[in-house]
Design a protein around this ligand. Structure first.
Ligand code: SF4
Length: 393
């Protein structure tokens, strides 16, 4: 189309072809249109209960006020897809014990440093007491620390779902190539499909009508690993991008499936996800990692075959082989409802200490620490939404 003189080019005209724009997926006018389509599609006599598995979606829902755009008979239930939140307190204690080991530098992401361990400890507090704990932005940063400090043992506290696992695999392979004898990984990588199965195995406690499926995880594993949700548990899944229009469109797709009586895995995030996923990343994960028989999740307990450990061929880079770790099961703080929130049975405002004793500055539970945690998202974007404003009717 010919531009009028003086008219600024539209944003997308200045960008390389084929790359969609974030702004296009945050367009308020389009959001209202999709919301109207959802309102027209829902059956008034029916309740719709959808779980967004991923903390990134929880964050988008609160940040953009998407719940306010949905009809009252659609309820979004926050799932266990926050990688910081799902790690049980025992694993935090293990990381603190590793950090306190003489000669060790423990490296991890900023959020992990603030997650409370037992007895009010954290990696941050361990650092204040003299442990050498470093904040890194990537697995590769941790490897660089090992290269820079050949006289110290560097342990990378690795966490996350299938999205962050391939970068950890890359650094382990690189450490092997460099023949580094001072680098190891405390591996806490967990898997999405077994956690979804665990949620579904809780029966009808949640009365779920479907899932808004993970986006970045699915870019790695593809859509096929969710087929069991539709086939075995008769629940639809729509893989969704993280932008507000993605989430709204995915909810609309779920509503339509429910209304039509269809149970399918659909893909709203087709600009990044296909059925097969990233085979190179999958091959790398298979080469470096194997399934743990069982792994404890905060709120969900032991889930079989739900996490990864480093294969024997790379045992030299496995911190659990190299150092003694306590590996004790530790219950959450008794006031903390993180477990129930991660199972989807409670919401942040149901926790008695939300926003009072527990805040992002002074967190009692992991859900208040991570930016993907439901409590932090609700605290930052939603806690005042039910408060009456003086002068308003
Ligand atoms: S408010 Fe704090 S203590 Fe309560 S569930 Fe959330 S993180 Fe846990």
């Amino acid at each position: 189309m010919k531009k009028k003189q003086g008219q600024r080019p539209r944003q997308h005209e200045e960008q390389p072809m084929g790359i969609p724009y974030v702004d296009e997926f945050r367009d308020g006018r389009l959001a209202r249109k999709i919301a109207a389509a959802i309102a027209a599609a829902v059956r008034p006599a029916r309740q719709y209960r959808f779980m967004e598995f991923c903390g990134g979606h929880t964050h988008a829902i609160y940040r953009y006020g998407l719940e306010d755009l949905l009809p009252a008979n659609i309820q979004m239930i926050h799932g266990p897809g926050c990688p910081v939140c799902v790690l049980p307190m025992g694993r935090i204690d293990d990381a603190i014990a590793l950090a306190r080991t003489p000669g060790v530098i423990l490296a991890s992401y900023a959020d992990m440093l603030r997650v409370p361990g037992s007895n009010g400890t954290s990696l941050m507090k361990a650092r204040a007491a003299g442990a050498d704990v470093r904040m890194v932005y990537s697995a590769s940063d941790a490897l660089q620390l090992a290269v820079a400090h050949p006289d110290r043992q560097v342990v990378f506290f690795a966490i996350g779902f299938e999205t962050t696992t391939p970068p950890t695999a890359v650094v382990i392979r690189e450490a092997a190539r460099l023949d580094l004898d001072n680098f190891s990984v405390f591996c806490n990588h967990v898997l999405t499909p077994p956690a979804m199965r665990a949620i579904l195995e809780t029966g009808d406690e949640l009365g779920l009508d479907g899932f808004v499926g993970p986006s970045h995880v699915s870019a790695v594993i593809g859509t096929r690993p969710y087929d069991f949700v539709a086939a075995d548990y008769r629940r639809p899944v729509v893989i969704s991008g993280f932008e507000p229009l993605d989430v709204l469109q995915s909810v609309l797709m779920l509503v339509r499936q429910v209304n039509d009586g269809r149970v399918e895995v659909e893909n709203e995030f087709s600009r990044a996800v296909d059925a097969e996923g990233n085979r190179k990343a999958q091959a790398l994960m298979t080469e470096l990692f194997e399934l743990r028989p069982s792994f404890e999740w905060r709120g969900l307990g032991q889930i079989p075959a739900s996490a990864l450990r480093i294969r024997a061929a790379y045992a030299a880079f496995d911190a659990e082989q190299r150092f003694p770790v306590p590996a004790q099961a530790v219950p959450d703080h008794k006031a903390c409802e993180c477990g129930a929130i991660l199972r989807g049975v409670k919401r942040p405002r149901d926790c008695k200490v939300f926003g009072t004793a527990c805040t992002p500055d002074q967190p009692i539970g992991a859900c208040m620490v991570s930016s993907e945690g439901a409590c932090a998202a609700y605290y930052n974007y939603g806690r005042f939404k039910d408060v009456a404003v003086a002068g308003q009717a």
